[in-house]
Ligand binder design. Structure first.
Ligand code: GCU
Length: 425
């Protein structure tokens, strides 16, 4: 899923922890032993700030949900502005005969400010030919759209080099380099559209947050909204893309499913939490500050995120380093912000850094909120067998394998979508 450069960057980012541990410096070793997770007390999402208990969906929606959203804005991801009313969309390419005649392809330039030098994002959209407006998977991805498919018509744009922090045309672009992550043909065959956007278009993900100067936060921060992190910027961009999808007649904009992996899994959760127009969310290996319980000392921790990725988060998040128990929220709160909409959490047995069991426990802890709406969360007590997907309103799967999106995962994403958005195809 990640490019080689990004994977190498991750290894480099983890290196200081390893070195510090070997040097006997006071850095904590990462715990990968379930027996050593320790005790923690999870806050209850159903208890309001004034101590009263939420017992129905209406109180959740009008009182408790806004409180939790505010806690996330203040402490975790920061406050983002509304997406602009000045946005412009330019569908500059369209074919009704794409992917061997099965799909309509559109390439769209999204201009966030509507001015000639406004930040631009390049959206690629495939929808099935004929029929009704289609539900669409909106996929946040790490690379240019040409890496998602070998379709020769996909435009190649300059991309960011995270080593040099420069924007340039890719030297040896490989069309379809990450096509194995997506199963586009199957998605179209099952009656869904699929759209791709490179998150670097919203704000380039450069070391130490250097991308700020080139992205939407620089352009759209207003003083009272200072402090939104890069995850907020990427989530904001996703909502901007949804503004476009809502105008597209081939798209059923009531059924847009937002997908993201890893840091983009965290992004998908935050975008879905803030923007109820996303009808469903799939967060793949989202881990720490995504769907995994932060109070668990397993794999990546709050300390790791504050140290290595401060630019992802709100400025206030720093104060929770070494103080996880003081977080006013935890991952089950983030999940509960998506209720009652369908949410699928996919994890990997070898993704110990991402803490699959922490995600399972968060899904269980968010279940009472889904139940307020008569929805089914995770009622299973035990972690399900590997590769056995639970397809409830909160869906869960742990694939055999690493921190990645596997072809077999897409079969599960499609089954999950079919279960919640029945449609003809
Ligand atoms: C690092 C980081 C994770 C993140 C991942 C990614 O490993 O520690 O929190 O999910 O990068 O986005 O690939």
């Amino acid at each position: 899923m990640r490019s080689k450069i990004e994977q190498a960057t991750d290894r480099i980012l983890h290196l200081p922890i390893v070195l510090a541990v070997f040097a006997g410096i006071s850095a904590r070793a990462t715990n990968f032993d379930e027996a050593k997770v320790g005790d923690y007390l999870l806050p209850n999402p159903l208890i309001c700030a004034d101590g009263s208990r939420v017992t129905n969906a209406a109180t959740w929606l009008t009182k408790r949900r806004p409180e939790i959203l505010e806690l996330y804005r203040e402490n975790i991801f920061g406050r983002s502005p509304d997406t602009g009313t000045n946005m412009t969309f330019n569908v500059w390419e369209m074919s009704t005969n794409a992917l061997n005649g099965t799909a309509v392809r559109k390439q769209i330039e999204i201009n966030f400010s509507g001015t000639p030098d406004g930040p631009l994002a390049h959206l690629l959209l495939y929808t099935p030919v004929g029929g009704n407006p289609a539900p669409v998977f909106l996929c946040l991805q790490f690379n240019g759209n040409y890496t998602a498919s070998d379709d020769p018509a996909i435009a190649i744009f300059p991309g960011w080099n995270s080593k040099t922090s420069t924007l340039s045309m890719p030297k040896n672009p490989v069309r379809g380099q990450f096509a194995h992550n997506w199963k586009i043909a199957d998605t179209i065959a099952r009656g869904y559209g699929i759209a791709f956007i490179d998150y670097n278009d919203f704000e380039p993900d450069l070391p130490h947050g250097a991308g700020f100067d080139f992205g939407v936060r620089k352009n759209f921060s207003r003083p009272n909204e200072a402090g939104w992190g890069a995850i907020g910027a990427w989530a904001w961009g996703a909502s901007g893309v949804l503004d476009y999808l809502a105008t597209d007649k081939q798209v059923d904009s009531q059924r847009v499913i937002l997908f993201g992996h890893s840091r983009l899994g965290k992004t998908a959760l935050w975008a879905g939490a803030q923007d109820p127009r996303f009808a469903a969310v799939i967060a793949n290996c989202s881990g720490e500050m995504g769907a995994a319980i932060s109070r668990r000392d397993y794999g990546e921790t709050v300390d790791d995120v504050t140290k290595h990725f401060p630019y992802w988060m709100a400025v206030n998040f720093q104060k929770y380093a070494h103080h996880w128990n003081e977080l006013p929220v935890d991952a089950h709160f983030l999940i509960s912000l998506i209720a009652p909409r369908p949410l699928f959490l996919n994890t990997g047995s070898e993704d110990r850094w991402g803490d699959p069991n922490g995600e399972f426990l968060a899904a269980r802890a968010a279940t009472p909120v889904y139940e307020l709406f008569g929805k089914i969360g995770i009622t299973e007590t035990n972690f399900p067998p590997l590769d056995h997907a639970l397809l409830h309103d909160i869906g869960f799967n742990c694939h055999t394998g690493k921190h990645d999106v596997l072809p077999s995962d897409w079969d599960k994403f499609l089954d999950f979508a079919d279960a919640h958005f029945p449609h003809k195809y």
